[in-house]
Design a protein around this ligand. Structure first.
Ligand code: BT5
Length: 334
């Protein structure tokens, strides 16, 4: 039903687009070319405007498309993707609870589904790690990707780093901002968090069944407003604030999906080595003093010395003792 509606709007869009190339097109002609009624033309125009297309309507002249959308709608996103698996199926909705719960439901219900992408314009109950809330107003890029990479369970711990690296690279490709990585799953700009990754996995015996990568990027949102509404534990920012103008979320989403597939493929074919070394090249935190927090309480501090081959953080305490940290949050100490 929904697929059918989407098909109709995409067909209408291509008719309007090609007619607009030579000026205004009358409602009557549009109706005739699309095989729909005049009132259906008006409904389609209203729908396309809601999706972010600029359509001018002038009495006596008709309609003309004046600008394309920058929203990550499936038909535009698919045109930009050169991926093999990720994004073959894209679900885009205005508002639901969380992209992660939708993608998880698909993962359990449809064992053949692989590469499915779920995007919401607004999440009513966005999730962070450890049952934390993730505020997700309109303007952000909130998406989940269902993936079934052939990896063995011991190397699963590297998956959050795979995704964080892909998101960092996508932000750099799209905005040219200087984005860096913070262990375990944050993307930072000027010391402030701009994006976070949530990973849910299911595994049987030694084999990963599926992974759902939840990706939240503060794209065109007001970070200060988010910070006052949520109990944010660290300074946050948005791409809009760092750039001084809005980012094209459609191009950003395409870059995220493209980079994610590329990093997953690399991980599956050559293992964690290249991921770990690229991650280390793109972080500012190695060599700095950090505190490791669990539930907001400091449990350890020292120098963030290195990243182990499984993605664990190696910390050297003041007394020179080396230890591995496999979970928690970090606070950089100055
Ligand atoms: C994360 O959690 O960083 C993972 C966030 C994943 C969100 C995506 S959106 C699409 C998908 N669907 C979901 O329901 N979730 C995923 P965590 O490491 O727990 O970070 C939470 C902390 O990040 C907060 O305490 C804040 O300090 C900070 N933060 C930054 N931007 C935020 C935002 N928009 N909302 C809430 N907290 C934010």
């Amino acid at each position: 039903m929904r697929k059918n509606r989407e098909r109709k709007i995409v067909d209408f869009l291509s008719i309007l687009e090609s007619a607009s190339a030579s000026g205004y097109v009358s409602g009557q002609l549009l109706a005739k070319s699309a095989g729909i009624s005049r009132s259906a033309v008006w409904k389609h125009v209203r729908q396309l405007r809601r999706y972010g297309y600029g359509i001018d309507s002038t009495h006596g002249l008709g309609y003309r498309m004046v600008s394309r959308t920058s929203a990550p709608v499936p038909w535009e996103l698919k045109k930009r993707l050169k991926t093999r698996i990720i994004g073959k199926e894209i679900i885009h909705r205005d508002s639901r609870d969380s992209t992660q719960s939708i993608a998880l439901a698909i993962a359990t219900k449809c064992p053949e589904a692989d590469g499915t992408v779920v995007i919401l314009e607004h999440q009513k109950s966005g999730r962070g790690r450890l049952k934390r809330k993730w505020l997700s107003p309109a303007g952000g890029l909130w998406l989940s990707v269902l993936s079934r990479p052939r990896v063995e369970t011991p190397s699963m711990t590297v998956l959050p780093l795979v995704a964080a690296l892909a998101v960092r690279n996508a932000i750099v490709d799209t905005t040219h901002l200087r984005a860096s990585l913070k262990w375990p799953n944050d993307v930072m700009i000027s010391g402030k968090k701009v994006a976070g990754i949530l990973l849910d996995v299911s595994a049987e015996a030694e084999i990963l069944n599926y992974a759902v990568f939840g990706i939240g990027i503060n794209a065109n949102v007001d970070a200060k407003e988010i910070a006052t509404k949520a109990a944010v534990a660290q300074e946050i920012t948005s791409l809009k604030e760092e750039l001084g103008h809005e980012v094209n979320r459609l191009e950003l989403a395409a870059a995220v999906l493209q980079n994610l597939e590329c990093q997953i493929d690399k991980f599956v074919s050559v293992g964690p080595g290249p991921i770990i070394s690229e991650w280390k090249k793109n972080t500012d935190m190695l060599g700095t003093r950090i505190s490791v927090l669990h539930d907001g309480n400091e449990i350890q501090h020292g120098i963030a010395a290195d990243l182990d081959t499984d993605g664990a953080l190696i910390v050297i305490s003041d007394s020179g003792e080396k230890s591995r940290v496999t979970s928690g949050d970090l606070r950089i100490r100055f």
